[in-house]
Design a protein around this ligand. Structure first.
Ligand code: ADP
Ligand code: MG
Length: 336
């Protein structure tokens, strides 16, 4: 169906069904000039926004509407997770080109609503406009948390241990398979594609880390370990050493790297869009945290290195050789 047939308001009507998942605190949802909701008592508000632009972040003919919508919300939820907070409401704005069908947009909202439902996030509004050529999707997420539980990038301290909540490099490998149209028969390679297409935002994990005590700094891996750990180091005015043999590399990534003759450690260190959490914790809290986390989430944390008082990020190999790591992750306006 063409958008011309139903127009902006017809589309909004179609999209505004099934948007509420936790509505006790919602006074006005989609349909007025602004949404109105009650903030949880004793908590502060967090707001994050991320925009996906066709041909910059995705290729419309290489994704499904569902996956695109899912991911647009997922990357925002991941930012809230990285702050140790809970996600509450979402707002979605779209600029739609003429050659994009109503069905594609509806499919996109299926992806958004699927993920929103699984984390009980309400979709409370947005904006809809025409676009001359490319599809643009912008999501805003509102979160909340007790102020003292929020995790910032600038809190890392000398001697903190550095942990990751999941594998690194899988999403980059999946992206490589997708962009190059490489057929994936095996479950392992399919899992890499899924790591790129439908990453699970680690909201429960982030909330746990914020509430545990002793976690000093956190960020989600969007641009790659080298860049994102780099942000923590720069903002906290510290350095770090990470260990090659401790990099969380999945069996799937090992197989992929063997097949394409790549170094899995380098691939994991520079890979982006894994949306796992990276955090630093006081050494005297680390063991307890590790144990409790494992109990709750039935998945281990990966200790990858430690913070020091240098001003560098260094990767150490098992033979004792070291290499300084410079941020090589994605940077939109930087020419390399
Ligand atoms: P206004 O003219 O005040 O901007 P709109 O006609 O754009 O109002 O929007 C009407 C309602 O529909 C508002 O509640 C708005 O938040 C919601 N809305 C518009 N576009 C979207 C969208 N793409 N997704 C979700 N809600 C939307
Ligand atoms: Mg509007």
């Amino acid at each position: 169906m063409k958008l011309q047939e139903i127009g902006e308001f017809g589309l909004i009507d179609k999209l505004s069904e099934g948007c509420l998942h936790k509505e006790n605190h919602v006074i006005r949802a989609i349909g007025d000039d602004a949404a109105v909701f009650i903030q949880s008592a004793g908590e502060v508000v967090l707001v994050t926004t991320d925009m996906l632009v066709e041909r910059v972040h995705f290729l419309r003919n290489a994704t499904t509407g569902f996956n695109l919508g899912y991911k647009a919300l997922a990357v925002n939820l991941s930012d809230i997770a990285a702050m140790g907070a809970s996600a509450r409401e979402a707002f979605v704005s779209i600029a739609i080109p003429e050659d994009c069908s109503v069905e594609f947009i509806e499919d996109m909202y299926k992806g958004i609503k699927y993920l929103a439902a699984s984390f009980q996030v309400n979709l409370l509004g947005g904006d809809t406009t025409a676009s001359p050529k490319d599809l643009v999707i912008n999501v805003v997420v509102v979160g909340s948390a007790p102020q003292e539980e929020i995790l910032y990038r600038d809190g890392a301290k000398n001697k903190d241990l550095i942990y990751c909540t999941g594998y690194l490099g899988d999403s980059r490998a999946g992206c490589h398979l997708i962009v190059n149209g490489i057929k994936t028969e095996s479950d392992g390679l399919k899992a890499l594609k899924n790591a790129h297409l439908i990453p699970r935002p680690m909201l429960m994990e982030g909330k746990f880390l914020g509430g545990f005590g002793g976690v000093h700094a956190a960020i989600d891996i969007s641009d790659g370990l080298s860049s994102d750990l780099g942000h923590i180091l720069k903002q906290s005015r510290v350095g770090a050493k990470i260990y090659a043999e401790k990099m969380p590399i999945s069996e799937n990534l090992k197989i992929f790297c063997k097949q394409f003759n790549l170094d899995p450690v380098k691939y994991a260190v520079d890979g982006g869009e894994d949306y796992v959490l990276l955090f630093t914790v006081s050494p005297d809290r680390a063991q307890k945290l590790y144990k409790k986390y494992h109990e709750i989430f039935e998945f281990p944390l990966f200790e990858i290195g430690e913070i020091n008082d240098s001003d560098q990020l260094v990767l150490e190999f098992p033979n004792g050789k070291t290499e300084q790591i410079l941020p090589t992750g994605w940077n939109h306006f930087k020419k390399t």
